[in-house]
Design a protein around this ligand. Structure first.
Ligand SMILES: Cc1cc2nc3c(=O)[nH]c(=O)nc-3n(C[C@H](O)[C@H](O)[C@H](O)COP(=O)(O)OP(=O)(O)OC[C@H]3O[C@@H](n4cnc5c(N)ncnc54)[C@H](O)[C@@H]3O)c2cc1C
Length: 346
């Protein structure tokens, strides 16, 4: 008698962020039948804790943020760690990468996350302006700050342009390296332009009302947008405001393609928080293995969340308040950060 040969299911994951990591971990731990997982990531790194990025700004090591590496070292996983998925051929069920690798799939999982949009203000491309989405971004910021402090020989001043807790956490981290920050809530409409100083680097923020704030660096921590271009080009249903539309099984408009994490739009919303992404990862893993889990929506209480933050019901809208650091104490959400910053202001 011959053994039955079971062909392993081919699962391809695009994106190697926090949610992809949770998905692969969950899939491998549940799988009773053979499968192969190919993960394509374009950061040239293993998955890491993006929430911990402010720690890099205050001098922490990138290695300390790495997530459990055993997940991607499992014999069932192939990790293309410095490649980018460029095209999905839905008819052939393949993904083609930047380095011309063609990967066939039975199920494709999009976990491409978000990007920080270009800040549409004159001067946003000056040296000294940074975003805070990746380790590379934040390492570049920390390196610039160290060089600038050496050349100026004094404490630095920064403007952190961002929303709520993200910006405040970064401001707190900058305080740890002796940079005093002003937090400017996402405010393209309030910032008129960024002014260069003699060296050509950013030297001031000019506001619409004519006020100018002298700064030595600017961090643009503005509201992220879903990285949905791959899905868009493959003619999957993508919302006009961005985000790959999924149902409660995390399935896109193509039944062979799922989307999870920040790139996924459920019930008209994308939420830039990791806990719902983890919930989607569990649902996707269960579904692929024949389970019946459903994503209950963004308002469910998320268990097992490692997040210090919380969902922002105004996500996607723009606000224009300018908050000087000392005033942050009035916000319960920002208390931790503000008390640390307040110490450095006096
Ligand atoms: C500074 C900061 C602080 C934060 N703080 C909090 C917090 O306190 N609480 C909270 O809940 N959340 C927080 N977040 C948000 C949280 O980090 C995200 O919700 C989470 O990382 C989303 O995971 P993801 O896997 O969906 O996307 P991502 O982490 O963005 O990962 C997506 C990955 O896919 C890669 N990718 C994209 N397209 C392709 C492609 N075509 N080919 C190959 N790879 C591709 C990207 O480069 C990236 O590596 C914070 C984020 C930042 C930046």
């Amino acid at each position: 008698m011959y053994d039955t040969i079971v062909t392993p299911a081919e699962i391809v994951v695009v994106g190697a962020g926090m949610v992809a990591h949770r998905f692969v971990e969950s899939l491998l731990s549940r799988a009773q039948t053979p499968l192969h997982v190919t993960v394509i990531g374009d950061e040239g790194r293993r998955p890491y804790d993006r929430i911990g990025l402010p720690r890099i700004a205050s001098g922490g090591a990138a290695e300390d943020l790495e997530l459990d590496r055993s997940v991607f070292e499992d014999f069932r996983v192939r990790f293309l760690d410095d490649d980018r998925a460029l095209r999905i051929d839905r008819a052939a069920r393949t993904v083609m990468t930047r380095s011309r690798v063609v990967v066939p799939y039975d199920t494709l999982v999009l976990a491409t996350g978000s990007y920080t949009p270009i800040f549409a203000v004159e001067g946003a491309d000056l040296p000294g302006c940074f975003s805070d989405r990746t380790i590379d971004d934040v390492e570049a910021l920390a390196q610039f700050a160290a060089g600038r402090r050496r050349s100026l020989g004094r404490r630095l001043r920064a403007a952190v342009v961002g929303r709520g807790s993200h910006g405040a956490e970064l401001a707190a981290a900058l305080h740890d390296i002796d940079v005093v920050s002003t937090l400017v809530e996402h405010s393209e409409s309030r910032i008129s332009h960024l002014v260069p100083e003699e060296s050509g680097a950013v030297g001031a923020v000019r506001f619409d009302d004519g006020e100018t704030e002298a700064v030595d660096l600017v961090v643009l921590s503005v509201h992220p947008r879903p990285r949905d271009e791959l899905a868009r080009n493959a003619n999957l249903q993508v919302a006009e405001r961005g985000g790959v539309v999924i149902d409660d099984r995390c399935t896109t408009s193509d039944p062979h393609i799922l989307a999870i994490g920040e790139v996924a739009r459920f019930d008209g919303r994308c939420v830039p928080r990791v806990a719902p992404g983890y919930a989607m990862a569990e649902v996707a893993a269960s579904r692929i293995l024949g389970g019946d889990a459903v994503f209950l929506g963004f308002d469910q209480p998320f268990s097992g969340s490692r997040t210090p933050g919380h969902d922002d019901p105004t996500a996607g809208e723009e606000s224009t308040a300018v908050i000087v650091i000392g005033e942050l104490a009035e916000s319960g959400m920002l208390r931790l950060a503000s008390s640390r910053i307040a110490k450095g202001v006096g």
